[in-house]
Structure formats: structure tokens, C-alpha cells
Design a protein around this ligand. Sequence first.
Ligand SMILES: [Zn+2]
Length: 288
Amino acid sequence: MKTRFLATLLLASAPLALAQAAPKATPKPPKSVRLYIFNCGSIKGLSPATFNFKPEEVKATEMVVPCYLVVHPLGTMIWDTGVIADSAFKPDGSPVTQGTGVTMSAIKPLKTQLAAVGYKPSDITYLALSHYHSDHTANANDYAGSTWLVHQEERDFMFNPPPQAPVMSTASFSALKDAKTTIIKRDDFDVFGDGTVIIKFAPGHTPGHQVLFLKLAKTGPVLVAGDLYHYPEERTTGNVPTFEYNKEQSLASRAKIEAFLKQSNAKLWIEHDKATFDTLKKSPAFYE
Ligand SMILES: [Zn+2]
């Protein structure tokens, strides 16, 4: 009797186990563009002086590090890949902190957050990084199977950097060297060809720094600004970080993007700004 009960239980549970082991099907493409925002970590202990500010001139020094997933009817795109590599997480999944003085931490791997909304790296059509700095590239190698969207200036710098190029972790993006790559040649690159997802050239912070414009059906136009600014105070003072690739270029890019914001009426989301991030919906919620 006992044995039969056990056998029944095993039989009953077998299909369930199989169902759990089978990979989940990728979600059906949505009718209009969606944007998921992932919490990819934070950076603490930064000196405002690094950004040409006195301590009393910035409200908060902590920076957040978001990653973004754009889901379009025709494909998907990851924008920025975080400050902590997924591989740094232990099996128990506890939060990871790295560095001394300036510390970088993350509470969840990017792949786990991606999986929570039904996607895995091999489902991602495009990878785009706002720029090559290490707080944006931690998981770039995981998306080397996607098509990488990059400006020539940025790619050249990444694979042939001058000695002591700041904020660079070449190992974190080394696999992109052999990735299928689309070199963005125009100022505006229309990713899916319908004007809803546009990468705009905004160099200066790095040679090929870029920002992301989204035309969302319900939310309206949004500009995900990369590191065009770090602290919102940069917007009103004109201060640029001490480690800009080209300060004049940064100021020209800011002027160009500010004019675009006026003309497009887009909301500006500074990626590292904690105050902005705190107000935004995080995945699994999404903007559409
Ligand atoms: Zn950054």
C-alpha cells in the first residue's frame, strides 16, 4: 500500500518536474514598445570633486546603476549591462559588494532579472552600451551573441585604448570583439526602423558615447541619457566630470540633446540619478 502510494506520487510529480525543467518559451512580441528597468546596482563613496563639484553643491553622491530591456514588436535590445558581473554572485544569491573607498554593489544578477520577465541572453537581438565605462559593461560578454550597436570611435577606443584609459574593464567586453556588429554611422540610428527606438550620438564623455530616445505609446517620449550627466546638478551648472574624453565635445553634445528635449518634449532620465530612479517603475513592471 505504502509502495503504491509512493509510485503514484512519483508518477504524478514526474510531468511537473519535466515542465519545470523545460525552458520557458520567450514571451510573444508586444504590440507596441516596452521598456523594462532593472536594478543593476549602485556606486557609493564617490567624491563630488571627481565631477568638479564641492561636497555641498550636490544633493546626493550615491549613484544607481540601471540596465534596460527594450522589447519591440520586431526584437529586443539590452541597453547597458551593469557594474557587477553576474558571475560574481555566489550560489546563495546574496548581494555582492566590490571595491574599497568607492564601493560598487548589486543585489541581483542581470540574467535573473531578465529571466523574471521571460528572456535569456540568447533571446536578445541587439546590445547597445551608452559607453564603455566599467559601470556599464559588467555583463557585456553575455550579450556577444546579439548584434552590437556601436559607433566606430567607441569601438576603436575599446579595443585599442591609450595607456591608463579611465574607468575601463577590457575583460568585461572582450567577447564583443567577435560579436556581430553594426557600426552606427549617422547621428541618429533608428534601431527597428519605425522611429520608436533611436540611438543618438552624444560624444564627449567617451569618444562614441550615445543616448537612447524612446517613443512610448502610453508614456510618451523618453530620453535615457547614459552618462551625458551623472548628477542632476551638472545640468544647471555646466560642470563636467574630471575624466571626460573631450570636455568641449561633452558640452556640445549636451547642448544638442537639450535642444532635442525641447523639440521632442521628451522626459530626461539621467541613468545614475538615484532620485529619478527611485520614482521609476522597475521590472517586472514596464513602461509602454
Ligand atoms: Zn556611468
